[in-house]
Design a protein around this ligand. Structure first.
Ligand code: ATP
Ligand code: MG
Length: 456
């Protein structure tokens, strides 16, 4: 219930207001002069102030000033005698929410009070929203406060200014694409296109012509000349996502484009010059891929001029509360819902949950919760998350929120990790022998042992 402070010296008027407003469900405190009004305001008891202008012992303007001083969020409505509009305007200038003339029109008064209170809620929410968004590390749409994230943001900001090739490494859902866009948006190339291409999503046979385009008649079905992503991104940024999935032949062509600044359209005879900044990303360990001979070492070196490793969420738990609050405010705005609080218990669950899908998974959970949660506070129950028993992880435990690609990778991770565990048990920890059984190189096995944290 909201409390209205009525500062009014005339007894009958004060009583009338008290009765009317109490009927509407407000709690009323009456002050009989300005000084008493100010004292009550300072005790922080009122949600809204309704004050007469002419008052004994400090007038309404002084009450208004004291209230603004104490808490600028509290709306003050001034009551003024009919005809003294000038004083009313003066009150507005001093910060009054609105004024109403006497004799009072109670319907209008109630409307004003309602509007002032809802306005106050809005202002508060905006402040909270601003607060949530202020963790954006100086880069729009990116939030975080962990030292690891602050470092990444710094690197992003610095490297954006040069034409340097950037290699973003991180698990699925850690924000690689978001950061790639940030590099572009902060760069002098921002007026030119940012062209993303996901090398894992395009069938191998089509990737070359997607990247480099083709000439008319280059192959059956090539009816018209088509520009590839390299040319479309000219003067801008080309984002080669999941570059680890690109086959070796194409890798050679990309390397040439990087080194020479030239590409060949499929079926073309003359090379085409392009001015491109490349950002590449991978959630595969490219060094291991180089060791495995599935990724060209020279391309790897060329790409990793400026590698940025985006740590998984489990290594930067400090970011979880700010990310959660950020997503709550974003989805509240998107769904046209009011902002929601989150209980400490619920936040603890978020902090300790094993986020296999990283920030994307956290974002999905918050989105779902914002749909499900009907009250003003998100509780543990609303999250519908259970902390899984990590030890006996099976493929059936995979979170079914991700993309097919993510689910497949997760299944692979669980299967591989269990298989390697068993091979190590079978060989009593003999890694050379285990690698032979698993038919992988020793180096690959080591990488996977590290990746799956199988080291005792
Ligand atoms: N620090 C962050 N602040 C705000 N939002 C973030 C942050 N990191 C990631 N996100 C959000 O998480 C989601 C996943 O990010 P993104 O798609 O960039 O990840 P990714 O690393 O490219 O994932 P994948 O490897 O699966 O392609 C996006 O909606 C992105 O906006
Ligand atoms: Mg991505």
């Amino acid at each position: 219930m909201e409390t209205i402070l009525v500062v009014e010296d005339k007894e009958s008027m004060a009583q009338m207001l008290k009765e009317t407003l109490e009927l509407e469900g407000y709690e009323i405190i009456i002050a009989r002069d300005g000084a008493e009004g100010i004292r009550i305001i300072r005790e922080n008891k009122a949600d809204i102030v309704l004050t007469d202008l002419k008052l004994p012992r400090k007038d309404g303007i002084e009450v208004l000033k004291a209230s603004k001083d104490e808490n600028p969020m509290i709306p003050v409505i001034v009551m003024t005698a009919f005809g003294s509009i000038e004083t009313a305007v003066n009150a507005i200038k001093t910060g009054a929410y609105d004024f109403i003339t006497k004799p009072l029109d109670t319907d209008y008064l109630l409307l004003l009070i309602k509007r002032a209170l809802s306005n106050r809620r809005l202002v508060t929410e905006n402040l909270l929203l601003k607060d949530a968004l202020s963790h954006h590390l100086g880069i729009p749409d990116i939030v975080g406060k962990s030292p690891l994230m602050i470092k990444v943001a710094e690197d992003i900001r610095k490297v954006s200014q040069a034409k340097t090739t950037v290699l973003l490494l991180g698990e699925s859902g850690t924000g690689k694409e978001l950061f790639a866009r940030a590099v572009h948006d902060l760069s002098p190339r921002k007026e030119y296109p940012f062209v993303p291409i996901n090398c894992a999503a395009i069938p191998r046979g089509l990737l070359e012509s997607e990247l480099f385009g083709y000439e008319k008649g280059a192959f059956t079905g090539a009816g018209e000349k088509k520009l590839g992503k390299f040319e479309l991104a000219n003067r801008g940024t080309l984002f080669l996502d999941e570059i680890g999935e690109m086959d070796m032949v194409l890798q050679t062509k990309v390397l040439r484009a990087l080194q020479e600044g030239e590409i060949d359209r499929v079926g073309g005879t003359n090379p085409v010059r392009v001015d491109i900044r490349i950002i590449a990303a991978s959630n595969r360990d490219l060094e291991a891929a180089v060791a495995d001979n599935t990724f060209r070492q020279d391309l790897f070196y060329r790409l990793s001029v400026f590698p940025i490793i985006i740590p998984p969420l489990r290594d930067r738990k400090d970011d979880i509360p700010v990310l959660a609050e950020y997503f709550i405010s974003r989805y509240a705005a998107e769904m046209n819902k009011s902002l929601k609080d989150i209980t400490g218990d619920a936040m603890d669950i978020l902090k300790n949950y094993s986020w296999k899908g990283n920030v994307r998974e956290l974002e999905n959970v918050i989105e779902r919760t914002m749909i499900l949660c009907e009250g003003n506070t998100i509780t543990q129950k609303d999250l519908r998350l259970t902390l899984p028993a990590a030890s006996s992880e099976t493929i059936l435990d995979i979170s079914m929120d991700g993309t097919l690609d993510e689910v497949a990778k997760e299944a692979l991770r669980i299967a591989e990790s269990r298989r390697i565990k068993k091979a190590l048990e079978d060989t009593h920890g003999n890694k050379t022998r285990a690698a032979e059984i698993l038919k992988v190189s020793y180096k690959t096995l080591l990488t996977k042992i590290k990746e799956y944290k199988l080291e005792k």
